[in-house]
Design a protein around this ligand. Sequence first.
Ligand code: C6P
Length: 405
Amino acid sequence: MTDNKYRADFPIFEKHPCVYLDSAATAQRPKCVIEAEKEFYETMNANPLRGLYDLSVKATDAYERSREEAASFIGASSPDEIIFTRNTSESLNLVAYSYAMDFLKPGDEIVTTVMEHHSNMLPWQMAAEKTGAKLLYLEPDEEGSFSDDEIMTKINDRTGLVAIGHVSNVLGCVNPVRKIADRAHRFGAVVVVDGAQSAPHMKVDINELGADFFAFSGHKLMGPMGIGVLYGRRELLEKMPPFLTGGEMIENVTLKGVTYAQIPHKFEAGTVNAAGAYGLAAAIRYIKDIGFDEIRRTEDELCERIFEGLSKSPHIHIQGSKDPQKHNGIVSFTIDDVHPHDIASILDADGVNIRAGHHCAQPLMDFLGVQSTARASIYLYNDEQDVAAFVEKTLNVRRWLGLES
Ligand code: C6P
């Protein structure tokens, strides 16, 4: 019997019983999200933003209401500042292509960190190559903190753009976005925040953070796959060229040229994922009903249990802070003499699902001096039993491989 009152909201646990500890990769969906997508297709499916008939108007309304919910979820002052994309990766690429490549020049500097997911690193590598800007990386200490000195030295009057992950998908640490943004804004630099791992787990207010752009994915916060969000400050979005061109992002086209639609539609070429946006809005309502305090309480309690359990073996090493409260439900670890892929496979044999590999953060792996790690990540539907099963199996891995008796 589970002690978790939300678990029953998730049909997957009935249909495919498992210990799911890979929510940092993608979360499971509650029934209300699955039902919302179904409702869209059953009752309002038409191509939004185009048709003049009732069904298309319904689809458009559903899509635009979802945009309003996404705006209020992160404290954006207007839904015009919310662009629906496919995911965080696409949101960050949009900023790189439409902002960085147009507004940065040789001599400018882009500052990011060695801790970033590839999605918040490769777009800046490419933007630096295309514009001649120089790319610099902030380096954390081994617990994942950036010193004031590191921030003050690398962010300076040459900085044109700073791209920072809000929460690391490997270390789970929350980065000092506000402090970094304040420093960047002193020099007129633009601040891009990768919120893929924060938006699902904590109240985000883009104004408090000082973010000029903020990206997140629906699928990590229990919404559908294939829908993501980019928040952008109005003045920036208005002056940026479109990322993709095509249907519905124009005001007028002639054989000689085009005038683009107003924001946000200028950035949403082609038929949009309206059912996905509608499902995302259902996920946002689900999260709001529960509240982030409750979500954090479950995650922190379970994370503490994982730390307690794994500390019983001297052969298990957790990456990042020693304080479970600073992990946001993400625990990356290695076991002496065992490849992380073997840890994941051994656990999978008992229905315990964790991720192993470089977690799309290879430069961070190099920085930490490991090739890969195993990673357990928690969300609000996990319970004590999940954690107990994970800890028991993990403590047994070396015995299972004959490395100890
Ligand atoms: N991290 C993980 O297992 P997409 O795939 O575009 O929805 O999200 C990309 C992304 C960007 N930033 C961070 C901090 C992320 O964690 C991710 C996705 C998954 O850690 C899949 S690699």
